[in-house]
Design a protein around this ligand. Sequence first.
Ligand code: NAD
Length: 253
Amino acid sequence: MDNNNNNNNNKSNIFQNIKDKIIDLDKFVFLTGAGISKESGIPTFRGPEGLWRKYDPMTLASISGFYEDPKLVWEFYKYRQELVYNCSPNPGHVSIADFEKIKESSYVLTQNIDGLHEKAGSNNIIELHGNILKVECTVCKFKDKIKEKIEEPLPPICKICKNTLRPSVILFGEPLNQEVWEKAEQISNNCDVMFIVGTSLNVGPVNQLPLYAKRNGAILIEVNPEPTVFTEIMDYYVQGSATEVLPQLLGIV
Ligand code: NAD
């Protein structure tokens, strides 16, 4: 038997094993990161074509950078918004959305700001780091969705109070939204199974969520082409891309 066949057989065994363990369970969580959107054309932060290779995130995606030079930060975000606006969900996002129709107590906790889980049809989504296709006022409570692109000149101005608008994302140096975080903690503490997909788990506090789930007895299943710093604590590690693994794995449950 060649290596490919060996790998395929190993994977089928893991899939069957996972299926037997989770089929009768109800509360599922998908903790996702940049890797799941890579095959939709959105670069990850790390890796050869990661965003960090081209830009200094501490200048371009930090709260201090924003207040120092909002125009520069907005130019960076406008570039990313246009990239994201034109991307579509891939089979990884779609299979998670389809899975929610079968197991209704499923949640997506995503670090991604690209809105692709929503575009794919998932309903129960917690966007831990916000959404790049939304804006909010730095002063009043005004919030809006971006249509096709942000109008020049930059930075855009609030139509209610005329102060500067900002992207609705968590910038470096900012805490997560407390309400959003508490909900994510509560869901992680109560789940039966957590899939950890396309995240290096290098970013805190989100990388604590699998630990909460495990502490409360959940089964952890990681899907990633590369092992992460947390692979050792996983119950299952399925090596591969989200688009290759998820449709097959979630399709059999
Ligand atoms: P990361 O860049 O640190 O890690 C990406 C992970 O995805 C890696 O472990 C990599 O091995 C894995 N990966 C690569 N290709 C994959 C594939 N095809 N299928 C599955 N996994 C794959 O990303 P992170 O852990 O999400 O943390 C980075 C931060 O950057 C997050 O806070 C996020 O908000 C932000 N970010 C978001 C986007 C987005 O919205 N799409 C893109 C870049 C960065």
